[in-house]
Every structure is written in structure tokens, then in C-alpha cells.
Design a protein around this ligand. Structure first.
Ligand SMILES: Nc1ncnc2c1ncn2[C@@H]1O[C@H](COP(=O)(O)OP(=O)(O)OP(=O)(O)O)[C@@H](O)[C@H]1O
Ligand SMILES: [Mg+2]
Length: 468
């Protein structure tokens, strides 16, 4: 093998898995397209599950019916017409002259509904185009061939309500017009009509019942969604199928446990903070009675800081839990917060993409959250910019500043209570390190998220995301 051949062979080996990949990806995109066509909702899917086998069953049974019953009926109807025609022809041969034909034709019309005329001396020109093969044509042709045994021509198409048959007789062509209903069974259409009608009724009944089954699931989904977004859900009625009741009961239990746990924690911490104040006050008094020295000065500063921390935590704990979410205009709320922050003297640029921006939230808590972030930016930077607008299924608020920012490895740490970056930076600012903790807590209680990043001007960017 030359080296070129070797390369080609290699190329082929390498190309094969690629073809497989292409087939697989084509399959995958086909499945994806099919998935996209299927209904998304539970109601739609369950109706599809009911309706697909139903239609399948009907198509199969109609097919079977068409094949056996319809064929038998058509054969018998065709046989009856052919028999009548044969009888008339036999009678015509029996009588002794064409002058008797009109009487025979009159009887045929009266008793067999066959309209007959004779074209004397005419020769039938067989036209295969008029004998296109349908089931009726075939059955009629077989019956005529069996019973009449003369050249004939069938036309089941040209006339709307009649079927034309021409038979070659020794003295001319016998032209027969038979009503269509003598040849076509109307029960097929009635049958199909009944099938379609009953399936529509069944579909309507199934829709009503399925909707009742789906309603409690929808209600549960809404309650879970509300709870996730920190909204009041209230006790909703447990109803529906056993499994749905089970999930609803489990959700109620879980929600109550979580709520109870949060309240207990907050109350306990508030209690601890509150109880700490008494010994702190006692320490302060004792320190005041000691003679002044550098040691007592340090101790006094420590006690003062502890008091501030305890006070800050108590203020935070007090605001927890009591406020209820209401419908507010987020854009107005931001204007308000930024307006009062501007009075501190910093330039704050505010840009909201939508002007009334209605949202459901706890306004006081939310104001505190945004206020804390703006206060931080004001403390550590000179210019601040606040932006708000819809991003997909959430509202996003970004607060950018041009200060020193927070190094990436510290961006999680600063959320810890009482955590501050290097003390020297904070000594003159005098914060206690609860601002970000509270802000994130507020966001989480709304089902949202607070994340820190770097702002375009190198400072800190705080990004709030609130699900709508
Ligand atoms: N915009 C910012 N730019 C630079 N550093 C910041 C910024 N915001 C917060 N930090 C750092 O994160 C630390 C924690 O912030 P946090 O708001 O929790 O506490 P604080 O501002 O020190 O006190 P307070 O409880 O009064 O808000 C701050 O001490 C500061 O070091
Ligand atoms: Mg702060």
C-alpha cells in the first residue's frame, strides 16, 4: 500500500464514526422537533394519551369494516341490479318483437327503478376510461359478467345521482339508468358519522374530567412557586387524586416546618442578642467607674462595638417575618431610595428600563436591601449607578460603583454576618458588617439572588435578581 492509499484508508475509517454522529444528531433533532410538537401542559398530554388510541382504534375498525362489510354489501347490491337487468333482457328475448319493449321498460321502471331505453342497431364502443377501478365498479362488472353475459359498459361517475349501464344486445344497445342508492350503501357514511360524533362527545367528556384532575396539580404548582418566591401561600385545599393529595399534604408539612424553623431561629437569636445587652450595660457601668488608662479605653471601645453589633442584629431580627408582600412599582421604589441616598451628597445615576415596573414584594425589606447596597457603594466609592429592567423571567437590578471593589476570593466571605474586609479600610467608615448579610437575606426571602461581581469601572457590581 502506498502512503497515499494509506491516507485514504485512514480517512475512510475516520469518516465512518462521523456519519454515525450525523445520523444520531439527525435522530436527536427529530425527537426534539417531535417533542416541540407535543403539548407542554399536563392536560394536553393526558388528552393526547386518551385520544391517540381512540383514533387508532377507530381507524382500524373502520378499515376492517370497509374491507369486509362494505365489500359484502356492495357485492349484494351489484348482484341485485345485475339480476334485474338479466331478468329484463330475458323477458325481452322471450316476447316476440320490439313493439312489446316499452311495456317491459315501464314495468322495469315501476318495480325496479331502472330507466331503460334501447338504441336499435347501435354497436357499443367499449371505453376503458369509463371503467376506472373502484370497488363498486369492480363488483358491478363481476356481477354483470356473471349474470348478463354480454358486452357492457359501466359509468358510475358522470351523473351525480345515477349510475349508467349499457349492455350490447343483438338488436342494439340497452341503456340503463339506475339510481345511485341501489348500488351504494349509505350505512358506511352513517357509521363513520356515528364514530366521529361519539368520539367528539368522548373527547369533550374526557376534557372536562381531566381538567378537574389537573386543577389541583396546577394549584399546588402555584403554591410551591409562591412559597419559593417568599410569598404568603396560605393553607390551600387538599383535593384530587391520592398522589396529588399526598404531595399537597407533604408540601404543607414542609412549608410549615420551614416557616416554624425560620421564626424559631430568628426569635432565638433576637433573644440572645437582647439578653447580651444587660451584661454589656453592666460592663459599661463598671468600666466607667474604673480610672482612665489605655487598657480601659480599649475595653470601652470593644464594649461599644459589641453594643453596636447587638443593636444591629436586633434591628435586623425585628424586621423579619411580619411584613407581607404587596404589589408595588419597583421603579418608584428605586427612585425613592436613590433620592434619599443622594442627599448624602454622592452622584447616583438611576436608569430604569420600564417606568411603572409593577412587582410583588415586601417594600420595607426591599428598600433596606437596596439601601444597604447603595450605602456601601457610597461609602467606598464616588460615583454610583443603578440600573433596573427585565431579564428573561426575572427583574434585574445592578448597582455599580467605581471604588476599590472586593477581590473575587472575598466575594462570598463578605456575606457572613459581622464580616468586614481589612479593618484599616473600615475604621473610619464604622460599619458593623451586617449590610450585605441582610441584603442577601432579603433577596432570598423573595426567592431571588444577590451576587457580587466587578463593575465596568473596576469597582463593585451588586446584581439583584428577582423572579417575576
Ligand atoms: N461597594 C463596595 N466596595 C468595596 N467594598 C465593599 C463594598 N461593599 C461592601 N464592601 C466590603 O464588604 C464588607 C461587608 O459589607 P457590609 O455592608 O456587610 O458591612 P459594612 O458596610 O461594613 O457595615 P454595615 O453593616 O453598616 O453595612 C464591607 O466592610 C466592605 O469591606
Ligand atoms: Mg454596608
Amino acid at each position: 500500500m502506498t502512503s497515499a492509499e494509506g491516507r485514504i484508508a485512514e480517512g475512510r475509517v475516520a469518516a465512518e464514526p462521523k456519519a454515525g454522529d450525523a445520523r444520531r444528531s439527525a435522530m436527536r433533532s427529530m425527537v426534539a422537533a417531535l417533542n416541540r410538537m407535543l403539548p407542554r401542559s399536563l392536560l394536553g398530554r393526558s388528552l393526547l394519551i386518551i385520544i391517540t388510541p381512540l383514533i387508532l382504534l377507530q381507524v382500524v375498525s373502520t378499515w376492517v369494516f370497509y374491507d369486509s362489510h362494505w365489500e359484502t354489501v356492495t357485492r349484494r347490491l351489484a348482484g341485485s341490479i345485475a339480476g334485474d337487468i338479466a331478468a329484463v333482457i330475458a323477458l325481452m328475448e322471450e316476447v316476440s318483437g320490439p313493439e312489446h319493449y316499452p311495456r317491459i321498460f315501464a314495468v322495469a321502471e315501476e318495480t325496479m327503478q331502472l330507466e331503460m331505453t334501447l338504441a336499435p342497431g347501435k354497436i357499443l364502443r367499449l371505453n376503458p376510461l369509463l371503467m376506472r377501478e373502484t370497488l363498486v365498479d369492480r363488483k358491478l362488472a363481476t356481477a354483470l359478467a356473471n349474470v348478463v353475459r354480454r358486452p357492457f359498459l359501466i359509468d358510475t361517475r358522470s351523473l351525480e345521482k345515477y349510475v349508467e349501464i349499457q349492455v350490447q344486445l343483438p338488436d342494439g344497445v340497452l341503456h340503463i339508468v339506475a339510481p345511485r342508492r341501489r348500488l351504494f350503501s349509505s350505512t358506511t357514511y352513517v357509521f363513520i358519522l356515528w364514530m366521529v360524533g361519539t368520539s367528539l362527545v368522548l373527547f369533550a367528556v374526557a376534557t372536562v374530567f381531566m381538567r378537574n384532575q389537573v386543577r389541583p396539580i396546577r394549584r399546588l404548582a402555584a403554591a410551591v412557586d409562591d412559597f419559593g418566591k417568599g410569598r404568603e401561600t396560605g393553607d390551600f385545599r387538599i383535593e384530587g387524586a391520592t398522589e396529588v393529595r399526598q404531595v399537597a399534604a407533604a408540601f404543607n408539612l414542609m412549608r410549615n416546618r420551614i416557616t416554624r424553623q425560620i421564626t424559631q431561629r430568628t426569635e432565638m437569636l433576637a433573644g440572645v442578642s437582647h439578653d447580651l445587652r444587660t451584661p454589656l450595660t453592666r460592663m459599661k457601668l463598671q468600666l466607667a467607674m474604673l480610672p482612665d488608662s489605655p487598657d480601659t479605653a480599649d475595653l470601652k471601645a470593644d464594649v461599644a462595638e459589641m453594643e453596636k453589633m447587638v443593636g444591629g442584629y436586633l434591628a435586623f431580627a425585628r424586621g423579619e417575618g411580619t411584613e407581607q408582600p404587596v404589589e408595588v412599582d419597583l421603579s418608584a421604589l428605586l427612585k425613592d431610595v436613590v433620592g434619599s441616598a443622594r442627599r448624602e451628597g454622592t452622584t447616583i445615576d438611576l436608569h430604569t428600563e420600564e417606568d411603572p415596573l409593577p412587582m410583588r414584594l415586601r417594600p420595607d425589606a426591599f428598600r433596606r436591601c437596596v439601601g444597604n447596597l447603595i450605602a456601601n457603594a457610597q461609602r467606598y466609592a464616588r460615583t454610583v449607578s443603578v440600573r433596573a429592567g427585565h431579564r428573561g423571567a426575572a427583574v434585574e437590578i445592578t448597582i455599580d460603583d467605581d471604588g476599590p471593589g472586593i477581590p473575587p476570593e472575598q466575594r462570598e466571605e463578605v456575606f457572613r454576618p459581622f464580616y468586614r474586609l481589612d479593618q484599616s479600610r473600615n475604621s473610619e467608615t464604622g460599619g458593623i458588617g451586617l449590610g450585605l448579610t441582610i441584603a442577601r437575606d432579603v433577596m432570598r426571602s423573595h426567592g431571588g439572588e444577590l451576587a457580587l461581581a466587578e463593575s465596568p469601572s473596576g469597582g463593585l457590581r451588586a446584581r439583584l435578581r428577582l423572579p417575576v
